[in-house]
Structures are given as C-alpha cells and as structure tokens.
Design a protein around this ligand. Sequence first.
Ligand SMILES: Nc1nc2c(c(=O)[nH]1)N[C@H]1C(S)=C(S)[C@@H](COP(=O)(O)OP(=O)(O)OC[C@H]3O[C@@H](n4cnc5c(=O)[nH]c(N)nc54)[C@H](O)[C@@H]3O)O[C@H]1N2
Ligand SMILES: Nc1nc2c(c(=O)[nH]1)N[C@H]1C(S)=C(S)[C@@H](COP(=O)(O)OP(=O)(O)OC[C@H]3O[C@@H](n4cnc5c(=O)[nH]c(N)nc54)[C@H](O)[C@@H]3O)O[C@H]1N2
Ligand SMILES: [Mo]
Length: 765
Amino acid sequence: MDNMKDNMTNNNSNKSSHHKPAKAGGFSSLKSTLKHIIKSQQPQTNLKNLLIANTKDGFDCPGCAWGDKQEGFLHFCENGAKAIAWESTSKKVDAKFFAEHTVSQLLKQSDYWLEYQGRLTQPVRYNQKTDKYEAVSWDDAFSLIAEHLNGLSSPDQAEFYTSGRASNEASFLYQLFGRLYGTNNFPDCSNMCHEASGVALTESIGIGKGTVVLDDFDHADAIFVFGQNPGSNHPRMLSSLQAAKRQGAKIVSINPLDETGLKRFKNPQEVEGVIGSGTALRDLYLPIKINGDVPFLKGLCKALIERDDAGQDVLDKSFIAKYCHGYDEFQQNITGTSWAEIEQGSGLSQKQINQAADIACASKKTICCWAMGMTQHKNAVANIQLMTNFLMLQGNLGKPGAGVCPVRGHSNVQGDRTMGIWEKPSATFLNALQQTYDFIVPREHGFDTLESIQAMAQGKVKVLFALGGNFYRATPDHTATKQALANCDLTVQVSTKLNQSHLYTGKNGLILPALGRTEIDQQATGIQTVTVENSMGVVQTSHGKIPPASNLLKSEVAIVSDLATLTLPKSEINWQQMRDDYRLIRDGIAKVIPGFENFNQRIEELGEFELPNAVRDDRKFVTSTGKANFVVHDIESIHVPKGCLLMMTIRSHDQFNTTVYTDNDRYRGIHGSRRVVFVNADDLNDLALRNGQLVDIHSHWPNEQIKIRMIEDFILVEYDIPCGCAAAYYPETNDLIPLSSVADKSNTPAYKSVVISLHKADKDD
Ligand SMILES: Nc1nc2c(c(=O)[nH]1)N[C@H]1C(S)=C(S)[C@@H](COP(=O)(O)OP(=O)(O)OC[C@H]3O[C@@H](n4cnc5c(=O)[nH]c(N)nc54)[C@H](O)[C@@H]3O)O[C@H]1N2
Ligand SMILES: Nc1nc2c(c(=O)[nH]1)N[C@H]1C(S)=C(S)[C@@H](COP(=O)(O)OP(=O)(O)OC[C@H]3O[C@@H](n4cnc5c(=O)[nH]c(N)nc54)[C@H](O)[C@@H]3O)O[C@H]1N2
Ligand SMILES: [Mo]
C-alpha cells in the first residue's frame, strides 16, 4: 500500500522518464483500475460502485459524456473507474485539516496533493487574519451570501459559474434562482470547451448539438475523428469504434499525435482484449500540423468536388439542392484554394488528403467526431463549419449512420446548457421561463467565462458563486484570474474536493461541500433521483448509491434552494418543496423546455429517453435561411517566427481536467512528471536542444502589453509530433495564455495554439 502510494505521489518533480508507450486498454488498464480503487481506501465500496456505473438503476459515471448501451455486463472504463474512486474516497478534509494548514501553506502544494487530501466535509469560511479556513454553519454561510447578493447595486454584479457535473435538476434550479435574482451572468466550463461547436453548428444547421446517437455508429461506413484522444478522455467510445469497425466502418484519425487509443486498442472488457494483441482502430492516420484543419478540410472538400467534376458520382446533389444554402459560393471558394496552400497549411500532402477522400467517397454514411483539438483555436468555428460542409457535400446529415458528433467533456455539460446555463439564453427559453414562473426575466446577455474574469478585474463584478469546477485553474492566464478573484467581495465554491480555486478568494471566501454523483441523495420525501444528458442527447437517470462522505454535505439542489429561500424571501416559488421532492423540479423543466414533456413519467417508465433533434428526426434546419448553410472560410495561418513552435495544451491519461490522479501518462510513455514538453527530434536538433534537457517555455504575444510569458523547468521529451509543433499538459501551462487569445465568434480560449520558444533552464546542468 505504502509503496503504491509512493508510486502515485505527485511531487511535480523534474525527473521524468520516457518509456515505450503502452497499448490502450488491455491488462494494464485493468491493473490501473484496481490500483485506483485500492488508493481510494474503500475498495469494496468502489468495486460495487463500478458494477452499477452507467446502469439503469445506478449512477451516471462522473467521467465523460459518452453514451451508454444498456446491454452487456460492465459499463465503465479505466478512467471512469478513476473518477469514481477519486470521488468516493474515505479520506476527509475537515475543520481539523484546515486548522492545521494555512492557505499560504496550501498554496505550495500541487493540484494532485490538494485533491488527494480527500472529500470536503463541512462548510468553511476564509479568515484573512489567521490565513485559515474555519468551520461555519450552513445557515451563516447562506446568510453571508444572501447579504452580499442583496447588497449589490445591480444583480449583474454577481456571477454564477457552473462546471459540467451539475445534474439537470440542480442546474435548472440554479438558473431559475439566478434569473429571478436578476442576471444572465452564467459563465460555464462550456465556454472553454465546446462553445465553438455550439456557435458553429447553430449557424450551419440550426442546432447547437450533435445529430447522432450511439446506434448510428453501428451503421456508419466511415468515421472521421478530429482532434480527439478517446483512449484517455472517452475510453468507452473505443468500444463503439471497435464495434463499428467490426461492421466494416473505416476510421480516420486527424491529429498531430497518433494517439494510442486509436492506434492499438485492447478492449479490457473482452477476454481476448485482455490477452490478445489489440486492434488498430484507425484505418488512416493523418499527422496534421497543429491548427492545420481548415486547410485540410478545404483540401478534402476540394478532392470530393474535383472527383465529382471529373464524372465520379461523389456529391449528393439532390441533398444539396433540397436542403442546403450557399453551395455555389462555397464551391467557388474551394476551387480558388490551391493545393499548395492546402499542403502548406495542413502539413499533409495531396496524396494523404486523397487517401481520406477515398474513404469518404466509398462511404454512404459518414460521421465526424471531434473534441478540443478543433474547438480551442482562433479559427475553431471555421474548423467545425468546414467539417459540417464536408458532411453536407455527401448528404451526411439527418440519416442513420451519419452526422456531426461533438464529443462532449463533462458528464452533464450538454444537459446544463439544455437547462438554461448560458449567458446568452434564447428569447424562446426566457419567454417560457417567464410564463411558467411568472416573473420579469432579465433579457440582457451576461458574461461568459473570460468576460467574467475581465469584469471582476474591472470591479464590475463583486460576487462569484461557482457550482463545481476549478475556475482559477481551468481558465487561461492564472496571474490575471488570481487578481480578478482577489478583487471580489465574496467568492463561493461549491465543491467536492480541495483545489486551487479555494486558495485564491475574494475578500471573503466560502467553500460549500456538496454530495457527489455516487452518493445517496436523501431528502424529506425520500431518496432522490437526478438526470443528466449525454453527448447524444439522451436523458438518463442517476441514482447515488453510497452513504455521503459526511452528514454535513448538502446536495447541489439543496444548496441552491436553501440559498434562494434566504436571498429571495419575497419569491413565490416554493424552493423548499422542490428541495424535498426533485420531481417538482422536473415538472417545471417539463413546462419550460421542449422535449421534456411528461418528464417524470418517462424516466420512471423507461429510465431514459432521447430529446428531439430537428436535423436527425426530420432533416429540418432551423437556420436563418431555413436550410443547412455552407459557410465559407479562408485559411488564416498563425505566424510562427523562426526558432519558435506552435504548442497545444493537452490532457494526460491520468487526469480529469484540473484533477490530477498521478504524474504518469502511460499511453505516451511518460512516468514521474507532468512538467514535460513534447517536441520533434528534428526541431530539437535545429534548436540545439536535447531530449531530457530542462527548459523554460516562453510564449509570444507581440500585440499584447505583456509580450513574453514564461514558465520554468520543463523536461524536453523527443516525441513523434509534426515538425514545428509542441505539446504540454494543462493546467500547468495555462499561465502562458493571455485572456485575449480566443476563438473568433465563440470566445473559446485558444488553448491549443500557443506560439512558444524553448530556452535552456538555469537549473539545467
Ligand atoms: N479521463 C479524462 N476524461 C475526460 C477529461 C479528462 O481530463 N480526463 N476531460 C473531459 C473534458 S471536459 C473534455 S472537453 C474532453 C476532452 O477530450 P479531448 O479533446 O480528447 O482532450 P485533449 O487532451 O484536450 O485532446 C485534444 C486532442 O486534440 C489533438 N489536437 C490538438 N490540437 C489539434 C489540432 O489543431 N488539430 C487536430 N486535428 N488535433 C489537435 C491533441 O493531439 C489531442 O489528441 O474529455 C472529457 N473526458
Ligand atoms: N490549457 C487548457 N485549459 C483548459 C483546457 C485545455 O484543454 N487546455 N480545457 C478546458 C475545458 S474543455 C474545460 S471543460 C475546463 C474545466 O473546467 P472546470 O469544470 O471548472 O474544472 P474541473 O477540473 O473539471 O473541476 C474540478 C473540481 O470540481 C469539483 N467537483 C467535482 N465533482 C463535483 C460535483 O459533483 N459537484 C461539485 N459541486 N463539484 C465537483 C471538485 O472540487 C474538483 O476539484 O478547463 C478548460 N481549461
Ligand atoms: Mo471540457
């Protein structure tokens, strides 16, 4: 046990070793799952937890948002197991812990260490004089928040952040409370994640979500996976890809890294998977340059159009004529884009792009999946719209086995948006809310996550209330965010585990401990069920199964309703009744949100249901033109000066966002440190640097006030990555990125387009 702990201790050391990368899945996956279960210090409970994860009567896995099939025996993956074991630990952070540690001492600890201390068990308030958190009663905590909220000169001086683990019930109640209080300031993690997908798809096809369900993977002829590492971040997706491949689908991976999960996969839930040699899931791997997707997609469309012009029947002309708008302009733009520009911008040859075109041409049903590799760039919206154009050329929308599949991050990030967690709510949504709850809803749009930071810095916002997440650590520019938070009068974090956001408070700071997904949610009328929506628009129930980590924990629903009762005493809404019986919240959802009619009845009878989807169900495109829009985009390349590289910030196999489970990244062969930067051997040679050397990373922003940002002591790892590109882990690198580096239109931080240079560190010998 002790030995194991040592192996798994995150000490942010400068020593790292790079071994041959492992295969995805297989025996090592099982081994790792067991290690994490033992580390939680409640192995029996967690083994039981795993058996019910993602089942009809169990809880929805707090890991990713991939869909579930109810057939089969086990419904979890290695990384879902980590998320479950991490939440369900016997270790506790209580008032005694805080009495023994000042915040200044905690600031010296790593992300790993903070969370590893265990579950937060009681509400605490920061005392500036002692520099410690001290126990506070729930009543006093709510009074303090209510006093601050009611003391603001405008409701827009408050911000209500949400991370994507909140259930539909909690988030619906939260937005109702915030809007009744008077603001649309609902920044969320989605602003940093799939915001670009929502913006792009809404303009292109009239719906901000994906158009495929899990069954479509069984019918697809081709699946294009753009900018995604499913082996680590959506492991259950690998089983869907494996099944698709067995049915004959061809899989293309477009990624600067040939990620292990797609390269070599052994399904740990199949006997032959554990002992066999594994399957190469992808049929074609295209080592694209970072941010090379716009030129690549233009090349792919060009290849299809050229083949069709040459007499091959490639395009679905009747689909284009009947359902699409703007084809001629798009076709001209593509014809006017040269292969030289395409090759130069994508880093791929015409021959490689033609190989992808061969797969597209042979397919009658194509799905495009993507994640952060597409959304966290300046031209993220262009990436997604060109991918949609590519699908539209062959009529791959609104038919079985085809469509767009933005693979969502947090387990209920999509549901939270459906419930109205959005700073730019639609008039339809607001009207329905106003009518159902009979109050004048605020109409002015609120701040998104990055605007929130700026508003706090400018003193426009005085109170930050965060329902989950790690606001300080997940956002870009830690230095600016830290100052912005310090400018607030009150910061409140509703959390399950200790993290760095608790250490950077406003003048007053509160931590409110919440029940996790795995825990029994007992209220006055009995044990409550919550619901979530997965990446495929399927609404599912989740039932916590284990006793709460402390009897002082409150559910997120209870926290919101108790706060609302105290803050809005004149409100006619009976918050307490909804807290006692979540079915009443679902009755409200059913009235406000289309697709949730008979919500309670349907989940009680069926356990889950699919939300309506105009594109999938009826090939209906609710856009400005009433059709699917071909949107034209030019290639905009990022200037990378000589001696510099373009860096993406990525996740390791052993982290969930800012939650770090260990210092290892097994699939990329990294052991013992997260402070590494992946660089191509030729670039190392050109830069006169060597594998294993310690470097400082500088990022370059010639148009900004701060022109160079620096982080120190990263180990160089020679890696198979295209020349001119580099990669390093998030969140250690976030301070390199200013708040101004964002995607056009969606304001998503451009976390994956950072111009850097590497410099021998002082400590390097
Ligand atoms: N275990 C685990 N599961 C998770 C998470 C986690 O941290 N851990 N996080 C959850 C969340 S919130 C999210 S959003 C998802 C994230 O899931 P992913 O998007 O898979 O996560 P990232 O590590 O950010 O990986 C981005 C991938 O994009 C590639 N990429 C980067 N830039 C480019 C580019 O310009 N073009 C192309 N084509 N590819 C590029 C990278 O090489 C990498 O493979 O996972 C969710 N699930
Ligand atoms: N450089 C860089 N930065 C990035 C990204 C990147 O790829 N690169 N990715 C971005 C993306 S895609 C995302 S989604 C954001 C993530 O941003 P967030 O969602 O804000 O961050 P998380 O790390 O998921 O939050 C972890 C914390 O959530 C709390 N928590 C966990 N479960 C629960 C729960 O059930 N209830 C409550 N109340 N709290 C809970 C715990 O206290 C834990 O410490 O980060 C973004 N930041
Ligand atoms: Mo995300």
